[in-house]
Design a binder for this molecule. Structure first.
Ligand code: PLP
Length: 381
């Protein structure tokens, strides 16, 4: 059997919706399928003003423009994230200020944020690693006390909850990804959710190349004008058709994916108790969307052996996590040293992400679990 790291899942409606969109003759952004997706998101998760955009990366960039991020601003974010998170603010001249992660969740350690705030701090930019919400209540409390903007990078957490509230509904701005590697896939795709009512109108201008075209579409005026900065932050209706099919099957897909989380926890708990590895702790107040599963192996040598044996002896793909940004070539240019964030670096050097995709919840899970179990025995016994 071959177990890939990720695999696209078809819900059954993709082809039908794609053809409908194709023959509708309306392929650009904000047409029927976009409207249906946004309506579904609002109904299912109570999202405020929502914009479908070309990618999670584009959502972050649009959010940075909306927050007026500019030269000299400082933005606090975890070093353990994807390059898109940091690029969204660096592109506009901001300076990244990297914060440590909590080893139990690999999310930003909210208790360490306040010490990093300076008069230049404009934004806190946490992510929800592997689909688990960051401690957004504590982060919002810090932001409110210091008058900062919070943009939550929910690229991996569509369908997760924090204290009963859907991820994406609490920060000032939230961004999602619907990239092929995410739970719900439109090939490339993303969304931006704006939770500050006064920012909504401007977000429409930014999405439409800095024009007030939406006002024309809504019948408010007859000609549109250049009114602001902006870009083309629109998802094609064709991709929204694909996304609709995926999001309509959210509950079924989540349930299949939960089988994987359960099986991995059962398998790995005894190894954690023996001190050989650690894996994510989901706090009481959080509900996960079963995006991914990571384990931190006790030594770098064992981590390498673990991945090699899975690959060579069992045809199973398991990968490392993010390479921390502070110790990456571009991070070093900002004056960081590898030892500046020891917890992040230690964890990132030993982390392994196990294969995780919806179909694995049905086919191949026993094979994968048995193989991992065998490899762990070979390494440790
Ligand atoms: C935390 C995080 N932010 C942003 C992105 C970028 O999303 P996209 O690939 O849709 O541009 C990713 C992609 O994996 C991610 O993991």
């Amino acid at each position: 059997m071959i177990i890939p790291f990720n695999k696209v899942y078809f819900t059954g409606n993709e082809e039908k919706y794609l053809l409908e969109s194709l023959y509708s003759g309306r392929h650009c952004g904000n047409h029927d399928f976009c409207k249906k997706v946004i309506a579904l998101m609002r109904e299912k998760h109570g999202f405020n003003e929502t914009f479908l955009v070309p990618s999670g990366t584009a959502a972050l960039e649009m959010g940075a423009v909306l927050a007026n991020i500019g030269p000299g601003d400082e933005v606090i974010l975890p070093s353990f994230t994807f390059s898109s998170t940091v690029n969204a603010v660096v592109l506009f001249g901001a300076v990244p200020v990297f914060c440590e992660v909590e080893p139990e969740t690999m999310n930003i350690d909210a208790t360490k944020i306040e010490a990093l705030i300076t008069p230049k701090t404009k934004m806190i930019l946490p992510i929800d690693y592997a689909g688990l919400s960051c401690d957004i209540d504590t982060i919002m409390d810090i932001a409110n006390r210091h008058n900062l903007i919070v943009m939550q990078d929910c690229a991996q957490s569509y369908g997760s909850y924090y204290k009963g509230k859907p991820c994406g509904t609490q920060a000032h701005i939230a961004t999602f990804s619907f990239h092929e590697t995410k739970n719900y896939n439109s090939g490339e795709g993303g969304a931006l959710v704006v939770n500050v009512p006064e920012w909504e109108a401007r977000a429409h201008f930014l999405q439409e190349k800095g024009t007030d075209r939406t006002l024309v579409l809504n019948g408010v005026k007859s000609k549109y004008h250049w009114v602001d900065k902006g870009s083309s932050y629109l998802l094609s209706d064709i991709l929204a058709a694909m996304l609709l099919a995926q999001l309509e099957a959210e509950d079924k897909m989540k349930s299949l994916r939960s089988n994987i989380t359960k099986a991995y926890i059962e398998l790995l708990t005894p190894w954690q108790e023996k001190g050989k590895l650690t894996f994510r702790k989901v706090p009481e107040h959080a509900e996960i969307n079963h995006h991914a599963f990571w384990v931190v192996i006790d030594t770098i040598e064992h981590q390498q052996q673990f991945m090699a044996k899975l690959r060579d002896d069992h045809n199973i793909a398991a990968y490392i996590g993010y390479q921390p940004l502070h110790s990456a070539p571009k991070g070093l240019e900002f004056g960081y040293k590898i030892e500046d964030l020891p917890i992040t670096q230690y964890q990132a050097d030993r982390i392994v992400r196990l294969p995780f995709y919806t179909e694995l919840g049905e086919i191949g899970l026993d094979y994968t679990v048995n193989a991992i179990s065998q490899v762990l025995q070979e390494i440790y016994e």
